[in-house]
Design a protein around this ligand. Structure first.
Ligand code: SAM
Length: 294
């Protein structure tokens, strides 16, 4: 297991931060936008994510493998930005006692239904992950998959500080976020999907919605160094960075549809995803940060 030392770097370069803030409004406005978009797409969210190409399948397998490899039965787990419960359900099935938090009531309603269909219950709360409505030291694990990218830049550190507060000593934070390093190569979204990243505009575009309208929400990626710095300032230590799609990201879906290529890429990704420098070169980063035991 590799331990990464904190980097003394700005959390986002000044130019990108200013451009994003100008076009998307202040923190409260950005959160209102995010909430209202998810209120509209909640019922169709599960049809939209993940996509159906071979790279999407590999991507989802990697996310699931990371979470299930680290969350254990009988743990108390908080899923921040749980949405419709894609991972909340999975962790409940693995025997964890799950809580979920989301800024959108409509997304939580979907999660509630899905958990009930699978015979599980969870403590689901509407709220903002920059102000967690949970007591200190309540959880063994806090997860946040594909959700931290919606957090306004000025709230990022507060989220990490809040996670530190609600984790028990020795507990861990597990994240899945988009990687700024790879965005430098793919200025538009790499994968053809209905949710498209506008990299220069720092926005996620929801295209092909049921209403036919297009929605836009703020969406900021993270570099490994930013994650390291945010975690370190909160008192957490990054202990594992896995690159999700360090290889498939470079290959067209037509290439990956060949089963022998897909088999080889899957094997290579599994081998390289934890090995520097490939772990820092994933399209997304899967990250574990740990609170000291005492
Ligand atoms: C792309 S979805 C991911 C949902 C789920 N984690 C998954 O992987 O499918 C992002 C979720 O984060 C939630 N979210 C965004 N900003 C939030 C905030 N400040 N506090 C809590 N939840 C937030 C959204 O409402 C949405 O449900």
């Amino acid at each position: 297991m590799t331990t990464y030392q904190p980097a003394n770097e700005p959390l986002l370069d000044g130019h990108s931060a200013t451009a994003a803030a100008n076009s998307l409004g202040g923190a409260q406005e950005q959160k209102q936008t995010v909430r209202s978009v998810y209120e509209k797409v909640a019922e169709e969210y599960d049809e939209r994510i993940p996509g159906s190409g071979p790279s999407d399948e590999m991507f989802t397998e990697a996310e699931r493998g990371f979470i299930l490899g680290k969350v254990h039965a009988d743990e108390d787990v908080l899923d921040m930005g749980c949405g419709t419960g894609r991972f909340t359900v999975l962790m409940a099935q693995a025997g964890a006692r799950v809580s979920g938090l989301d800024i959108s009531r409509a997304m939580l309603d979907q999660a509630h239904e899905k958990l009930a269909e699978h015979g599980h219950a969870a403590d689901l709360r509407e709220g903002d992950m920059a102000h967690l409505p949970f007591d200190d030291a309540s959880f063994d694990t806090v997860t946040s998959m594909l959700a931290l990218m919606h957090i306004p830049l000025e709230d990022r550190q507060a989220v990490f500080d809040e996670v530190y507060r609600v984790l028990r000593p020795g507990g861990r934070m597990l994240l899945g976020v988009k990687n700024t390093l790879i965005e430098q190569f793919f200025k538009a979204d790499r994968f053809a999907a209905v949710d498209i990243t506008d990299v220069p505009g720092k926005k996620l575009l929801f295209t092909q919605t049921r209403t036919g309208e297009e929605y836009t929400a703020p969406w900021y990626s993270f570099s490994p160094h930013e994650l390291n710095a945010l975690a370190a300032r909160a008192g957490l230590t990054v202990t594992h960075v896995r690159g999700n799609s360090p290889i498939a990201v470079w290959l067209a879906d037509e290439v990956l549809r060949d089963p022998s290529v897909a088999f080889a890429v899957r094997g290579l990704e599994q081998t390289l995803a934890d090995v520097p420098p490939f772990n820092h070169l994933g399209y997304h980063l899967l990250v574990e940060a740990v609170k000291p035991a005492r």
